[in-house]
Design a protein around this ligand. Structure first.
Ligand SMILES: NC(=[NH2+])NCCC[C@H](N)C(=O)O
Length: 270
């Protein structure tokens, strides 16, 4: 049975957004099987950037350790539910290796560094940290090489992210390409990896199908296509771990509308 870890991490400077991410994590947790779900404590400490340009750095370093400890030692793939996308660092660290590909299903690339981030929010830097770059207190070492990354559903890129993708020739599966589930699976197989980590940020979905995200981006992917792409990929490679992140409903009533969609994605990852 798949294990779930719920990590209500928040990375920004706004407390209303923090509350929404915490509420979102709790709403999802309420629908997961109780016996196989661990809910981590909410990191209430404000944390300190320590001059790094990463908001709440000290709190995020602690949260990373907590997530890593919770994931480590399981024989099966663990699905870590955020919280923000930054939880993927702690979730991926115990399963990293030179046979691993990382699939980033997200409207954003999350490839900023503290120097290039427009927001100071770690969720926009976490994939870069997974490649072993960026702030030294909060990155994977050794990192996953760019040739082992596949981005999918991506449609909002900052200048440095565009440069990184072009420079390294990172494969980006466009939202429209997701209609054919073989495209993602083929792209991951082409990296030569033999295991795959799948990260899903709910903002990859079209806003018509997912309202409860902080940074909705138009022209997104249909839930049915994300589910089919993940299932097809899993027919071809074993899943090493997964994240499902960024649920931040504006109210408990609004959360109910999105939970059915979220559970379909949970089903594809579990
Ligand atoms: N996974 C996300 N929601 N990322 C949002 C990132 C937004 C922007 N690119 C930043 O660096 O701040």
């Amino acid at each position: 049975m798949t294990r779930f870890i719920v990590a209500p991490q928040w990375q920004g400077s706004s407390s209303s957004r923090a509350m929404q991410l915490i509420d979102g994590a709790e709403a999802i947790a309420g629908d997961l099987p109780r016996s196989s779900t661990t809910v981590l404590d909410v990191p209430t400490e404000a944390g300190d950037a320590q001059g790094t340009g990463v908001h709440r750095l000290s709190a995020l370093v602690r949260m990373r350790e907590r997530i890593e400890d919770a994931v480590r030692g399981s024989d099966e793939a663990t699905v870590v539910v955020g919280g923000d996308c930054g939880v993927a660092l702690g979730s991926l660290t115990p399963v990293a290796g030179d046979d691993l590909a990382v699939v980033w299903i997200d409207a954003h690339a999350d490839l900023n560094t503290p120097e290039t981030s427009p927001s100071g929010a770690f969720h926009g830097m976490v994939l870069r940290a997974i490649t072993g770059e960026g702030e030294s207190l909060l990155r994977l070492e050794p990192g996953i090489p760019p040739a082992r990354l596949v981005l999918a559903g991506t449609r909002s890129l900052d200048a440095e992210e565009q440069r990184f993708i072009a420079h390294h020739g990172v494969r980006v599966v466009a939202p429209s390409e997701m209609a054919d589930p073989d495209v993602l699976a083929d792209a991951v197989i082409a990296t030569g990896a033999t295991r795959v980590y799948v990260h899903v940020d709910l903002d990859v979905l079209d806003p018509a199908e997912m309202a409860g995200v902080a940074l909705p981006e138009p022209f997104g992917v249909r839930t049915v296509d994300v589910v089919a792409s993940i299932r097809r990929l899993r027919e071809r490679l074993p899943l090493a771990g997964a994240t499902l992140t960024e649920f931040s409903p504006s109210s408990p009533e609004a959360a109910i509308d999105d939970l059915g969609t979220i559970l379909r994605l949970v089903g594809a990852l579990a």
